[in-house]
Write a protein of this length. Structure first.
Lengths: 209, 226
């Protein structure tokens, strides 16, 4: 069995006295996708932020191989800049050629007609597509995706699911936080569930009944 | 080092592009500087206090308060859409973020100071044109100290609930040394005396520059920890 691209080992996180995550462990290998389910406030976003390295776990470790792409709840985009400027800025930060991948992602995600408009003029769905382009820009080995289908219409969701399927086939490791189970079934992903910060199984793993 | 500077310049250019597109910060800070200058001018009794006596203080009150507004803005644009997370996820040294932010703040505060200076000369009618290089040197030195420490505090308070109130509370005590040095040196320049006559203040200002810039750069990374 190949080594995992992403490994969470006994992750716990407290904010003050409040325990948000407790003893969460899992591995994700190349070509695997893992869906993290759970009710609001169960610790999913905190888990993703810890996996991304934006938040330190109180205890436990995260091991990650290769680059990271993170689609967060917030877009991490600059509203005053255009889509093209946003992606080229990120490319330059990573030492990549500013054009090339940026332009092809803009086209792939159907934003080429508005690529030179400020992000402030975009709809929520367009912002979501651009935020995904931002996450894919560096061709990361590991993709962390917080509700990747939110705000998307049907064609938009289809394109995003196609892209995620391709990423998986190319040997990328995906961790997806989502409430849209039916759509994500096409990914053929394994799933885990969080309840009050703990991994749960059985009936407790389905907070929606 | 060259790559570090390239990344800092990239961040500074992005910040200035964002500010230039909206112009919100520049317009409001310039308007604030004009209002403060006008209030201080009309609050003075010209029969009791000469313009030369009040001008240095008025200039530095205007500059430091305007800088505070600009610095409040420094990390707000990273807070919108959590863009700061994007910077932190990129493989760049944290010190490049600090240098980039400081450069952008220096450009913004410097632009406001350059716009406010002619207004100050108009109000106070002080003979300063032939001493402009000396005055510019003092303004640049004091501004570097104010902006370096202000950039650090701005990054610290941005995630607090009352960031707009917290920044002046934290920053003002640290602005006192460069502002007092600036006032003393400006008074020397306006009195048409050589800067060497206030050499002690100049050395003190240089020491504050060195201390504030190096300490702020060192502490910046820990201000980003979550």
């Amino acid at each position: 069995m190949p080594d995992p691209l992403l490994s969470a080992r006994s992750i716990s996180r407290k904010f003050g006295y409040r325990v948000v995550l407790e003893d969460v462990s899992f591995d994700v290998r190349a070509g695997e996708a893992l869906v993290v389910r759970g009710a609001n406030g169960s610790g999913k976003t905190t888990l993703l932020r810890i996996l991304a390295g934006l938040l330190r776990p109180t205890t436990g470790t995260v091991l990650r191989a290769g680059g990271l792409g993170y689609l967060a709840h917030h877009s991490m985009l600059y509203d005053a800049l255009t889509a093209r400027e946003n992606l080229r800025f990120v490319a330059r930060l990573h030492g990549l050629a500013p054009a090339g991948t940026s332009d092809s992602l803009i086209e792939r995600l159907g934003l080429d007609g508005r690529a030179d408009d400020p992000v402030s003029t975009y709809s929520r769905g367009m912002i979501q597509r651009l935020a995904l382009a931002r996450a894919l820009l560096i061709d990361p080995q590991v993709l962390l995706l917080d509700e990747p289908l939110s705000h998307l219409d049907e064609p938009g969701s289809r394109v995003v699911l196609e892209i995620l399927g391709e990423q998986r086939r190319r040997g990328r490791a995906l961790v997806v936080v989502s409430h849209q189970r039916a759509e994500l079934e096409t990914l053929g992903a394994a799933s885990i569930a969080l309840a009050n910060g703990r991994l749960v199984s059985g009936a407790a793993a389905d907070p929606y009944g | 080092m060259a790559d570090h500077l390239r990344l800092a310049a990239l961040i500074a250019a992005k910040d200035l592009a964002v500010e230039w597109r909206s112009k919100t910060a520049l317009v409001s800070i310039v308007a604030f500087a004009v209002l403060v200058s006008a209030i201080l001018y009309f609050a003075r009794d010209p029969t009791a206090v000469s313009a030369l006596d009040t001008a240095p203080g008025a200039l530095w009150v205007t500059y430091s308060f305007s800088a505070m507004i600009a610095l409040n803005r420094a990390f707000q644009l990273e807070q919108e859409n959590h863009a700061m997370d994007g910077l932190l996820l990129s493989p760049i040294p944290r010190s490049a973020i600090f240098v980039g932010k400081t450069l952008a703040n220096l450009a913004l505060v410097g632009a406001v100071e350059a716009i406010a200076l002619p207004l100050f000369l108009l109000f106070y009618d002080v003979p300063v044109w032939h001493r402009l290089p000396a005055l510019s040197l003092v303004v640049v030195m004091a501004t570097v100290a104010m902006v370096a420490v202000g950039t650090l505090f701005s990054s610290m308070v941005i995630r607090t609930r009352f960031a707009e109130f917290m920044l002046p509370l934290l920053l003002l005590p640290f602005l006192v040394p460069p502002v007092i040095s600036g006032v003393e040196l400006t008074a020397t320049i306006l009195a048409d005396r050589p800067l060497s006559a206030a050499g002690g203040w100049l050395k003190l200002l240089a020491a504050f520059d060195l201390t504030f810039v190096s300490l702020s750069a060192l502490l910046f990374e820990s201000s980003l920890e979550q």
